[in-house]
Design a binder for this molecule. Structure first.
Ligand code: TYM
Length: 331
């Protein structure tokens, strides 16, 4: 448990696999991370062990890992303020995951929707949420800024943290329950009832790093709804509502104000403005990314320094855990 006078600790993770990070990752998660850096003690990590559940090609995985670090830095994660590290550099993640798996019921793990949605798979995918709980509890995090899709994993984390504390004595900070930020659930542009996701890819996903022409084309050809009014109604107008959300967050304008502004105007003008706002939002990120990716030595150094800060925190928690559960200390 952290002393009460300590700055509250924030932790979150993101997977490196896939073509890159998309608008949903940025608006739903990373943008919030960067906003929290000044006030909180932040730990952000690359969930490379989680990515192994899809058995990525090793050469591609290595490239994707460096790309992710460059993307995160370009999006505003600042290593001078936050600790940015790779999950696999801290062996205690896997170790605590094993301990927690022994406290998790088979039925409880089977109820996790991600495994069911993916139609089953390897045991790594089945254990995925337990590793995620270990990621969080290891750092005694108070708050975990994630998108809506991670809510169930946070609930499991709280359950496992409480269960451990009840059985072995207060050991873990139980993170705050998930706080919903519904405005930032970004949907696929071609299928606006499904979330924008890395695995889906295609014309409905806006990558943070892609050619401006691609971004423009995808927004212009985003699926809209019947009718001609720009209005917010997730059930009846999921396509336009998603674009309104994007425009609202990108420009910092409430959705209601935007709806008023587009009264009597067609979808064409509206989409042009959405495209313009997204391009403006990403322009500095894209130019910074180009500089960062050209310097892999710097990216590796950021991770090395991150591990130097994260490692002692993780090993202190794990030493307590080993003691509490009755393992002998190494002689
Ligand atoms: P990942 O890598 O799939 O996604 C990273 C973050 O992006 C959010 N997100 C979205 N938000 C809004 N709209 C969308 N369409 C959208 N798609 C993704 C996710 O909610 C997430 O916050 N299991 C995690 C990684 C992880 C983790 C952790 C997170 C591993 N251990 C510990 C927090 C704490 C994942 O796969 O995120």
């Amino acid at each position: 448990m952290s002393p009460p006078n300590q700055r509250r600790r924030v932790l979150s993770g993101i997977q490196p696999t896939g073509a890159g990070k998309h608008l949903g990752n940025y608006l739903g998660a990373v943008r919030h991370w960067t906003a929290l850096q000044d006030e909180f003690e932040c730990f952000f990590f690359m969930a490379d062990l989680h990515s192994l559940t899809i058995l990525p090609d090793p050469t591609e995985l290595r490239q994707q890992c460096r790309k992710l670090v460059a993307e995160l830095l370009a999006m505003g994660v600042d290593p001078a303020k936050s600790t940015l590290f790779a999950q696999s550099h801290i062996p205690e993640h896997a170790e605590l995951s094993w301990v927690l798996s022994c406290l998790t019921g088979y039925g409880e793990a089977s109820r996790m929707t991600q495994f069911k949605e993916k139609g089953g798979g390897n045991v790594g995918l089945f254990n995925y949420p337990i590793l995620q709980a270990a990621d969080i509890l290891l750092y005694q995090a108070h708050a975990v800024p994630v998108g809506e899709d991670q809510r169930q994993h946070l609930e499991l984390t709280r359950d496992l943290g409480q269960r451990f504390n009840n059985r072995y004595g207060e050991t873990f900070t139980v993170p705050d329950p998930y706080v919903q930020t519904s405005a930032e659930r970004i949907k696929d542009l071609q299928e606006p009832t499904a979330k924008m996701s890395t695995s889906k890819g295609g014309a409905g996903v806006l990558w943070v790093i892609e050619d401006e022409k691609q971004t423009l084309k995808k927004i212009k050809s985003a699926v809209t709804d019947t009718g001609r009014e720009v209005g917010y109604d997730v059930e009846e107008k999921p396509g336009i509502s998603n674009l309104l959300t994007i425009l609202s967050v990108a420009t910092g304008t409430p959705v209601d104000d935007l709806v008023g502004r587009y009264e009597g105007k067609g979808y064409g003008d509206f989409k042009a403005d959405v495209a313009e706002a997204v391009l403006q939002m990403f322009a500095p990120v894209r130019s910074r990314f180009d500089e960062l990716i050209a310097d892999p030595g710097y990216l590796d150094e950021v991770l090395r320094e991150g591990a130097a800060t994260a490692g002692p925190v993780a090993s202190a928690t794990m030493a307590t855990v080993r003691d509490r559960i009755g393992l002998l200390a190494p002689a």
